[in-house]
Design a protein around this ligand. Structure first.
Ligand code: TK8
Length: 339
């Protein structure tokens, strides 16, 4: 019996050596890549993950398969980040804001009113500064591929129309789990409460919190209009999303496999930004039709809000490093100067 088993084993080894092993493994079993995200399938995030999955499958001839898992079914951003670092999950897309605890330089993107337009965001995020911040993830076990657009954030709540900073007094406002956001909204007088996104809808529904802030797209796709009456157009900060990969897993891929993922990530980025901008352009109308009461802030009130928020800049600069801070300001100055 023992002899028989050993003979079988020897035959199996011979067969494996005779066939190129990588080809054999891939023919039998495609690489399964778990890709987690926080929003619903029917959202700008969900649509872009779907496009990414299709591109990867096509470019790899079906040898790489993406299993897209949305609605935070694999846990909130912070939990997925740890799963990537440990190698228990391969990919995710989420907020850069929730990465600050891992890579402090990410706080740069939380600077209130940093970008004046989506165009500015694209140039800085896709340029050397965005790359530098992204590369910092590698020391922590993550590989950043591309930035997607979450978008300019706006305020919603169930209590009253916010037309001036003082209206935020005493409003219990959910913020992302991030010190810059916490400090920013405390500075504005709100009672800021950090919560993972996955708990936000029910926190709003049960009135555990009165309000939150997110781009129009998310207010729509996450159905916040069902539990929030007022929307104030503040555009107080531009939030990126970032597509990240487990470094442990990435390092084990072939160059070809890495290229398939990188190419698809870039295609998904271009698609996602277009899709997000098109949706944002019609979202206000949709939200109004759903019954939300929408108000713009006057330029004077926006200036007051901006003024108050510049107080957090010193903290951000200290956290991300003065070099990175001044490089970013210089790059923006150059962009705005027209050359
Ligand atoms: C989705 C989150 C969301 C972010 C937030 O997972 O938490 O408010 O804006 O997009 O990353």
């Amino acid at each position: 019996m023992k002899f028989f088993r050993r003979a079988l084993l020897a035959a199996a080894v011979t067969a494996a050596v005779a066939t190129p092993f990588a080809a054999l493994a891939q023919d039998i079993k495609p690489r399964l890549i778990r890709f987690g995200y926080g929003l619903n399938e029917n959202s700008n995030q969900g649509r872009a993950v779907k496009l990414f999955a299709e591109q990867v499958e096509k470019a790899s001839g079906g040898k790489m398969k993406i299993r897209a898992i949305g609605a935070a079914a694999l846990g909130p951003d912070t939990q997925m980040q740890q799963a990537l670092i440990g190698g228990a999950q391969e990919m995710m897309v989420g907020s850069t804001a929730t990465l600050v605890g891992i890579t402090k330089e990410m706080a740069l993107w939380d600077t209130p009113f940093l970008f004046n337009s989506a165009k500015e965001a694209d140039v800085i995020l896709d340029g050397p500064i965005g790359q530098k911040v992204m590369d910092k993830l590698q020391e922590k076990g993550l590989v950043g591929l591309v930035y997607w657009e979450n978008g300019f954030r706006n305020l919603t709540n169930s209590k009253r129309a916010v037309t001036k900073v003082e209206d935020l007094d005493g409003i219990k406002l959910r913020v992302m789990q991030n010190n810059v956001f916490l400090e920013s909204f405390k500075t504005l007088g709100a009672n800021a409460v950090p919560l993972p996104f996955s708990e936000l809808f029910s926190a709003l529904e049960t009135k555990t919190v009165d309000g939150q802030e997110n781009p129009y797209n998310t207010i729509l796709s996450s159905k916040f209009y069902e539990v929030q009456k007022y929307l104030s157009v503040t555009n107080h900060v531009y939030s990126p999303w970032i597509v990240t990969v487990s470094k442990k897993w990435w390092d084990g891929l072939s160059k070809d496999e890495q290229k398939v993922l990188m190419d698809a990530a870039k295609a998904s980025r271009d698609f996602e930004r277009q899709d997000t901008r098109a949706e944002a352009a019609r979202a206000l109308g949709d939200l109004k039709a759903k019954g939300m009461q929408i108000n713009e802030l006057t330029p004077a009130e926006t200036a007051r809000m901006r003024d108050k928020l510049t107080r957090v800049n010193a903290t951000i600069a200290a956290n991300v490093g003065m070099d990175l801070w001044t490089d970013t300001q210089a790059a923006l100055g150059k962009l705005r100067g027209g050359k």
